[in-house]
Design a protein around this ligand. Structure first.
Ligand code: F6P
Length: 323
């Protein structure tokens, strides 16, 4: 069995609430199991720069309740080339890192996979508010983002009710509509448009709004996932076609911040521990995943080929319950 003694940990891509809890779990479980753990600042950018520091038990005190990532993060263009990967591998050797734990999304895992191919063992921990990592049912940060969006739409609803308006709300989700769909159910949106589905403005927005009006509703919430595009134009069309006063709110990056929920803290802690245990057993080059109620791990190459799909039953439920 290979001997892993020194583990590097980094966060990469968009930040997500709960990343700090995952780092804390990696550091504490790592030290518990006899590893030295090194924090790499600013993702793969910091790996290239050698911005690498040993973390101790107290380095991760009081970080769990904070949003963002105390190690900071990046979307590194420099690393994303064969030369960048070689340089990253070389720098890992300078610091005598035997393995790397990467907390992030699919793009970050592809970077880690490239490092694994040149010889640096890796483990991935899925973290993104979008919940769009295919091999896992759940990604760290999703629940906190949902609660932030839910709180915002609750407030928007108060004013939409008072003025009998239609409120169009754009939520994050470049490629995936999980935030949009969950919040459509949680907030009883009259329409919800997802990047995974073709849409027709008359069928999917105008008719549902008018149907609701004719059944006695006087205010309406339309949720658009960011990846659909054209939110302002959609709102303008609603106003022009229906004559209903229509406002637009783009929630933007406020969805990525905030203190993580219990669900995210617990998921991040369990995933962090699982990542360390995999390395302890020399089960390398894997992504930690939640399947049902169980934390499992998939081979990185297999995990990157997996596909998960938005739940059609949830779409139907959202429509049914907004009548
Ligand atoms: O974290 C995922 C995500 O929030 C996407 O939904 C969004 O498109 C993207 O990140 C924006 O990230 P940034 O502004 O950091 O590039």
């Amino acid at each position: 069995m290979e001997n892993i003694k020194r583990i590097g940990v980094l966060t990469s891509g968009g930040d997500a609430p709960g990343m700090n809890a995952a780092i804390r779990a990696v550091v504490r479980a790592g030290i518990y199991h006899g590893f030295h753990v090194y924090g790499i600042r600013k993702g793969f950018e910091g790996l290239l720069e050698g911005d690498i520091h040993e973390l101790n038990l107290r380095s991760v005190s009081d970080i769990m309740s904070r949003g963002g990532t105390f190690l900071q993060t990046s979307r590194s263009k420099a690393f994303n080339t064969p030369e960048g990967v070689e340089r990253g591998y070389r720098m890992a050797k300078v610091f005598k890192l035997d393995a790397l734990i990467v907390i992030g999304g699919d793009g970050s895992f592809r970077g880690a996979r490239d490092l694994a191919r040149v010889g640096l063992p890796m483990i991935g921990i899925p973290a993104t508010i979008d919940n769009d990592i295919h091999c896992t049912d759940y990604t760290i940060g999703f629940d906190t983002a949902l609660n932030t969006v839910k709180d915002s739409i609750d407030k928007i609803k108060d004013t939409a009710f008072s003025h009998e308006r239609c409120s169009v709300v754009e939520v994050m989700g470049r490629d995936a509509g999980y935030i949009a769909l969950y919040c459509a159910i949680a907030d009883g949106a009259e329409a919800c448009i997802l990047p995974e589905k073709e849409f027709n403005i008359d069928e999917d927005i105008i008719k549902p709004i008018l149907g609701c009006r004719n059944r006695g509703k006087h205010h309406y919430i339309v949720i658009i996932a960011e990846g659909v595009g054209g939110t302002l134009e959609i709102a303008e069309q609603i106003r022009q076609i229906t004559g209903i006063s229509t406002t637009t709110t783009i929630l933007g990056h406020l969805q990525r911040g905030g203190s993580p929920t219990v669900r995210d803290r617990v998921a991040a802690s369990l995933m962090g521990v699982k990542a360390v245990e995999l390395l302890k057993n020399y089960e390398i080059n894997k992504i930690v995943a939640l399947k049902g109620n169980e934390y499992v791990a998939y081979d990185i190459e297999e995990a990157l080929k997996m596909r998960k799909h938005i739940d059609e039953n949830m779409i139907a439920t959202s429509k049914m319950l907004s009548l």
